[in-house]
Design a protein around this ligand. Structure first.
Ligand SMILES: C[S@@+](CC[C@H](N)C(=O)[O-])C[C@H]1O[C@@H](n2cnc3c(N)ncnc32)[C@H](O)[C@@H]1O
Length: 209
């Protein structure tokens, strides 16, 4: 079914009453399997310092926080309603001590160079104003050898559902890997998840030392 203009705007940046009350839960339900795969591909150690950009409803962020008992999780999100929702969720689970959330965007991350062991972002590349700038910024905040895991919908399936007409930038796995190489990262693995709405891709890379 083609995506509506309203939903496309909400996905890009959840806002208003609808964003606050409904979108986080919808995202979490729709992206459960994709988030589980990204979590698995990250292969976190309890002591890792990990960053998630564009965490939306927080399903993956909570999984990360459950895993890194000795390290820490930082989250950066453009949408204030999502930030507030996930902040409350983290508190309810008693995970505040290991999680810090900030409003911000992928192209200007508020961290020092080399701060993280790993970073991830799911279903956000479509909205980045400049793919290479976002990737270079993620590479900057990773330590040398640190890993980046990106999850994103197949460009073919999303084009078919009409996302491009709403300004989504769609990429094939090859285009993402080319951009990773040009941004100081080396692709190391690819995964593919078949879903009713089309394939979901996961790319893992490492920051070049
Ligand atoms: C489609 S939702 C995906 C949320 C979640 N990662 C998931 O897969 O369920 C995209 C999220 O990325 C955020 N976002 C969009 N552009 C961003 C950017 N440039 N920097 C950081 N977050 C961004 C939006 O606010 C939104 O919460």
């Amino acid at each position: 079914m083609p995506v509506s203009r309203f939903m496309a705007r909400q996905l890009a940046r959840p806002r208003g009453l609808f964003g606050r009350l409904f979108l986080g839960g919808m995202l979490d339900r729709a992206n459960l399997r994709g988030n589980a795969l990204v979590h698995e591909v990250l292969a976190l150690s309890p002591s890792d310092r990990v960053l998630e950009v564009g965490f939306g409803g927080g399903d993956l962020l909570v999984r990360l926080a459950d895993t890194v008992s000795g390290g820490g999780v930082e989250g950066v999100e453009l949408s204030l309603p999502m930030l507030r929702r996930v902040d409350a969720r983290v508190r309810r689970r008693g995970l505040s001590g290991r999680v810090r959330l900030q409003e911000g965007a992928v192209d200007a991350l508020p961290f020092e160079a080399g701060h993280f062991d790993c970073a991830c972002s799911v279903n956000t590349v479509y909205f980045w104003p400049d793919l290479r700038r976002g990737l270079a910024e993620l590479a900057r905040v990773l330590r040398p050898g640190g890993r980046l895991v990106l999850g994103f919908g197949s460009d073919v399936a999303m084009r078919r559902a009409g996302y491009e007409a709403h300004g989504f930038r769609l990429y094939s796995m090859e285009e993402i890997e080319r951009a990773l190489r040009e941004s100081g990262l080396r692709p190391t693995a690819r995964e593919r998840l078949e879903q009713a709405r089309g394939a979901f891709f996961v790319s893992r890379s490492r920051r070049v030392a």
